[in-house]
Design a protein around this ligand. Sequence first.
Ligand code: G6Q
Length: 532
Amino acid sequence: MQWLDFSAHAATAKLAELARAPHDLSAPEGLNPQRIDEYVASFCGFDLLYATQRVTAPVLDALQELADEARLIEQFKAMQAGAVLNRIDGFACENRQVLHTASRDVFEAAPLAPEAAAKAKRELTKLRDFLDELASGAIVNAQGQPFTTMVQVGIGGSDLGPRALYLALKAYRLPGRSARFIANVDPDDTAEVLHGLDLSRTLFNIVSKSGSTLETLTNERLVRAALARAGLDPARHLVAVTGEGSPMDDAANYLRSFYMEDYIGGRYSATSMVGAVTLGFALGFETVTEILRGAHEVDRAAEDGDIRTNIPLLLALLGIWNHNFLGHATVAVLPYSQALSRFPAHLQQCDMESNGKAVTRQGRPVNWQTGPVVWGEPGTNGQHAFYQLIHQGTEVVPVEFIGFRRSQYDNDLEVEGTSSQQKLVANMLAQSLALAMGKNDDNPARRFPGNRPNSVLLADRLTPRTMGALLAIYEHRIVFQGFCWNINSFDQEGVQLGKILSTRLLTLLAGRSGAGEAGSVVQSLLRRAKMM
Ligand code: G6Q
């Protein structure tokens, strides 16, 4: 398939022209009730309120033209049907299909990529059987007791998404079950997670698609050593999620093994076995199914070509407007939900590893901006920390707020006429208005410039289904942007060089030869760092 460069679209020139005088949200009528009512999209249980973006009807029309010219929906449909989109034409590359959506296309009689969906179903059945055996007492520890904790050992895509989802849905934990996570090769991370844990009632879920990641394999060794020290048989306490045929694909070493396919990128793998095993253990199979259902609904709805109704597509184009045309370098994702505390970290990986690229899918250098820096923390905590900069700093930071009308636990109290949940949501909406409208003041230090673009994504409640939908909304917003910028959002060549150099450093530290051509530089650095 041939895709045009971002700069080659007619709509790009039109948008650049419109960006010379963007809508002034701080003007007297810049934000009015009619505008607030007009700039709303509703989709899969979410409402996106975006009157506080610096857009007008002509800007939205031009963004629609851009989406059409770049054939974003056509590319998205091709992706879901199994096109080989993880490639750079004419160069060595992964050359793979991109089928994370197949991991949740398990509800329809006619899935979009039937073979991949059938494999996903097979793994889900294996998982359900395993969870049933744990529940019925068919799988117990050496003393005949049930397992209570699962520790997921994995890093990057094999950690961030599953961890974010678990924290988001802890309110739905099965009685007596919980999960923990080890990612860093920092031995203190493992020590801290293992501290106070009853190893005899713990399962370790070693997750590595490649089965060869230094951090994960090292931590697996630490975990096996800890089990052995406690007189426990590691083969009874370890399960694995890995690629078929990987070095970790060895049934004899694990109580149970699950597979993930090479056409699911790590950062898009939370709805595959990479997330499902630990989530299933701690939250139950039904909850996993609900997450998948929520994501699947979004996968299908996101094939709609209208940017005014398709929220992932609209978020993608609003992001492009802010980044490429208004020139804002970063985007903050600020959830007003403590449960989403690690969701920005997951998005950071998903977005920056996908779209932090500088060559096109034809291997040519880009001459336009690609992915922004993504960051974020939950509100209201952030309000007492970095919001000073986003209100009055010299760097304009577009914000994507996320919030819920109801709490998860319904354990709330009215104080001075409002509940805590109302205070939480009111704070989010107030920040949205304050950023957009600003405030004049004779005192320059108390002046708020306004015109700081933002949008609010709202749903009723953070349930498993809502979480699945939210995850997919963001996955697709990232993928749509990558398609539009004509980059390959599915490889991660940029993480290789550091890995290679660290292997050289470790070779020297271990007293072996073979540090390669950078040997003398590496050696000097190690000496300077007083490591040798
Ligand atoms: C994600 C990346 C990366 C990967 C980790 C872990 O898209 O590929 O973050 O998930 O490096 O890899 P393994 O699962 O192979 O251990």
